[in-house]
Design a protein around this ligand. Structure first.
Ligand code: IPE
Ligand code: IPE
Ligand code: MG
Length: 246
C-alpha cells in the first residue's frame, strides 16, 4: 500500500506526532436520518476504519480515539449493550484490516468493568497486532481522565506509605509513569467532531498543551480529508508553551 507523506509543512513545522480524537455525533447522525442511535454507532465504526487508514497514509505515528467514557455507562442499558456488542465485533473482525494498515492496537481504560470476553478479546487483539509498526492506535474504552489521575495518585501514595518512595521525589516524569498513557508522547492535536466544544474528561493531563480543533462534522461523516484539514489548521497555529513566541 502506498503511504503518501503529509503535504509539505510550512517553515519546517513538523507533526503532529500524536493526534487524539473525541469521536462525537453518532447519535445525532442517526437521529437526522430517523434511524436508531445504534445505526450511528455502526457508521461510526466505519469512520474509525477510514481514519486509521488515513492517518497511516498521512504518516501520523500515534492516533488515540475516545470510544467509550467512564460516564457513558449512564446511557440507557440498550445503548450500552449495543456499544459493547459493536466493540466485540470490532475486536474480532478488524484485526486483518489493522494488519493491512500496519496498526498496533492498544486499549486504554479501566478494564475492570468490562465483560470478561471483551477483556480477553482486547488482550488477543493487542497481542496479534503487536508487531505492526506503521501507526500506534490507542482506543480509549471505559476511560475517564479523572479516574486515571486518581488511580495514579493512589499508586504513588501506596508507594510512599510503603516506604518505597519519598513524597518529594514525585515530579511530572514520575507521575506520568503511573498514567494509563505511560510511554506515549502527549497529543499535540486534539480534534472533537460534532460541533461540541468541550473535553468531556478526556486526557486532561496529557492535553495540557494540545492544540484543540473543533469541527462540525458528525463522526460517521468524518474521513481522511477532514483529518487533513484539522492538521492544516494545527500547522497554522503558533505553539508558545507559555513563552512569547517567534
Ligand atoms: C459518540 O457519539 C459515541 C460515544 C460517545 C459512545 P454520541 O453517541 O455521543 O453521539 P451524540 O453526541 O449523541 O450525537
Ligand atoms: C465523549 O462524548 C465520549 C466519547 C466520545 C467516547 P460524549 O457524547 O459522551 O460527551 P458529552 O456527554 O457530550 O460531554
Ligand atoms: Mg455525544
Amino acid at each position: 500500500m502506498s503511504s503518501a507523506p503529509l503535504p509539505a509543512s510550512p517553515e519546517g513545522v513538523s507533526g503532529p506526532q500524536h493526534v487524539a480524537i473525541i469521536m462525537d455525533g453518532n447519535g445525532r447522525w442517526a437521529k437526522a436520518r430517523g434511524l436508531p442511535r445504534v445505526a450511528g454507532h455502526r457508521r461510526g465504526a466505519d469512520a474509525v476504519r477510514r481514519v486509521i487508514r488515513g492517518a497511516g497514509e498521512l504518516g501520523i505515528p500515534v492516533l488515540t480515539l475516545f470510544a467509550f467514557s467512564t460516564e457513558n455507562w449512564t446511557r440507557p442499558a440498550d445503548e450500552v449493550s449495543d456499544l459493547m456488542g459493536l466493540l466485540r465485533h470490532y475486536l474480532r473482525n478488524e484485526l486483518e484490516e489493522l494488519g493491512r494498515n500496519g496498526a498496533r492496537l492498544r486499549v486504554i481504560g479501566d478494564r475492570g468493568r468490562l465483560a470478561r470476553d471483551i477483556v480477553s478479546d482486547i488482550a488477543d487483539a493487542e497481542r496479534r497486532t503487536h508487531a505492526n509498526t506503521r501507526i500506534d492506535v490507542n482506543v480509549c474504552i471505559n476511560y475517564g481522565s479523572r479516574d486515571e489521575i486518581i488511580q495514579a495518585c493512589r499508586s504513588l501514595a501506596g508507594k510512599v506509605a510503603a516506604g518505597q518512595l519519598s513524597a518529594d521525589r514525585i515530579d511530572e516524569t514520575l507521575f506520568e509513569r503511573e498514567l494509563l498513557t505511560a510511554g506515549l508522547p502527549d497529543p499535540d492535536l486534539l480534534i472533537r467532531t460534532s460541533g461540541e466544544q468541550r473535553i468531556s474528561n478526556f486526557l486532561l493531563w496529557q492535553c495540557a498543551y494540545a492544540e484543540l480543533v473543533f469541527v462540525d462534522t458528525l463522526w460517521p461523516d468524518f474521513g481522511k480529508e477532514h483529518l487533513e484539514l484539522a492538521i492544516a489548521e494545527f500547522r497554522r497555529r503558533e505553539r508558545r508553551y507559555g513563552g512569547v513566541g517567534s
